[in-house]
Design a protein around this ligand. Sequence first.
Ligand code: ADP
Ligand code: TYD
Length: 212
Amino acid sequence: MAGSFLSFEGIDGSGKSTQARLLAEALRAGGREVVLTREPGGSPGAEEIRRLVLEGEADRWSAMTELLLFNAARRDHLEKTIRPALDRGAVVICDRFADSSRIYQGLTRGDLRAVVDRLHDLVIGTEPDATFLIDIAADEGLARAVARPGKELRFEGMGLALQERAREGFLALAAGHPARFRVIDGARPPKAVAADVLAAARAVLDAAAPRP
Ligand code: ADP
Ligand code: TYD
């Protein structure tokens, strides 16, 4: 793979989408081709699955069916968007990827971590080159997320205790994979967070650059 694959993770409202967009703008200004994408979604088929998963009644799917839908969406996203972009040397910036399944289906919405890992190995088998964990307190994330308008409400009833478990889960995942994760303090103005993200991203891209 010629390009670089960067992902953003963190609890709802942590600022992932904002930071993914700011990083894409900064790297494009530096002349890189950037594909800014998101999960669930990021390809036409996966966006259809996104609607199935995030809209409708809370009990519409079990944690296991949710996991299968997220993996179907992720596989399509990988085939149609991510791999082609990496093959032509682009930087792919993805708002959530497989770590979100590890935390939500694996730990908070379900306790399916072993299945999450086996399924990932079977049908995805790809990890980002670097993952930026935007870390903020659970109550701050929740306050930001509920203030946002929209109809993707199936997951919104999650509550403070589960947001706290998700935050702890992400931090533990980062501690377990220190070579891939960069933990960024998200409780600062967007520009300050973006400066840290850009510095970390540049280090990753420089290390990936072919030697002259
Ligand atoms: P996420 O993608 O992690 O859910 P968003 O980037 O959508 O988070 O941000 C959630 C809300 O918080 C948005 O209304 C956004 O404008 C706001 N926001 C994002 N980053 C910050 C920040 N650093 N400080 C304060 N508010 C922020
Ligand atoms: P997203 O649109 O990123 O929400 P937010 O901007 O609020 O962070 O993701 C929607 C929801 O989908 C979010 O609550 C996390 C959940 N999700 C999973 O449960 N498993 C997954 O594999 C992914 C990618 C997302």
